[in-house]
Design a protein around this ligand. Structure first.
Ligand SMILES: [Zn+2]
Length: 210
């Protein structure tokens, strides 16, 4: 095993600078259990810097990432264990009051799913991904026919956020927290190139956050 040079250099820079500046916060954060203000479920995509976007400090955000920021349905027994384990810990143990689903533009997972559902010839022989993105099939069915392809993919990305939120409510412990007003669910879609964030309003439409 070889430690890449960039890792050593960036770590050393962080330790000497950023860590030094926030040392007290790190030490304080270890004296008690973590108490994040929100859980964020987002995509593995390297272009999403959720802590930067939302000014995250030590202990602020409990993050779960997966391909295409999916919360699988309760019926998807083979797919839901990892994401639901993270959610269960966040809600039952840490009692986090906000759960954010942060989807995004240019999502490779959503685009791949779109292409495979459009034409099965586009299915690659992935060992795991095909099963995982099968969670997106429901959202795909809602894409209107009269859109350009790029608009269809954007719609699909946003529909996937709505579906994930619907799926959350299938789990009784989550639904109960929502009904008791102990948990606020937020749907966000982030456009990487412009920095624009849209949020899902009470009418189930995506509206600019600015
Ligand atoms: Zn993505």
């Amino acid at each position: 095993m070889k430690i890449p040079k960039f890792l050593i250099e960036r770590y050393q820079f962080w330790k000497k600078n950023t860590f030094e500046d926030y040392k007290d916060k790190y030490q304080q954060a270890c004296k008690t259990q973590q108490k994040p203000i929100a859980m964020i479920i987002t995509c593995c995509d390297s272009r999403i810097l959720e802590n930067t976007i939302f000014g995250g400090n030590v202990g602020d955000y409990f993050i779960h990432r997966n391909i295409a920021n999916i919360v699988p349905s309760k019926n998807n027994k083979d797919q839901n264990i990892q994401t639901l384990s993270a959610i269960e810990y966040a809600l039952k143990v840490l009692k986090i009051p906000n759960l954010i689903i942060l989807g995004h533009s240019n999502c490779g997972g959503v685009e791949y799913s779109y292409k495979t559902l459009l034409d099965s010839k586009n299915i690659n022989d992935f060992e795991y991904i095909n099963q995982w993105i099968s969670c997106l099939q429901n959202s795909y069915k809602n894409i209107p026919d009269d859109l350009q392809e790029t608009e269809k993919i954007t719609f699909f990305e946003q529909e996937n956020i709505k579906q994930s939120i619907k799926n959350l409510r299938e789990y009784s412990f989550i639904d109960k927290l929502i009904k008791e007003n102990k948990l606020n669910i937020v749907g966000l879609w982030y456009q990487i190139s412009s920095g624009l964030i849209k949020f899902l309003d009470n009418n189930n439409s995506f509206i600019d956050l600015d």
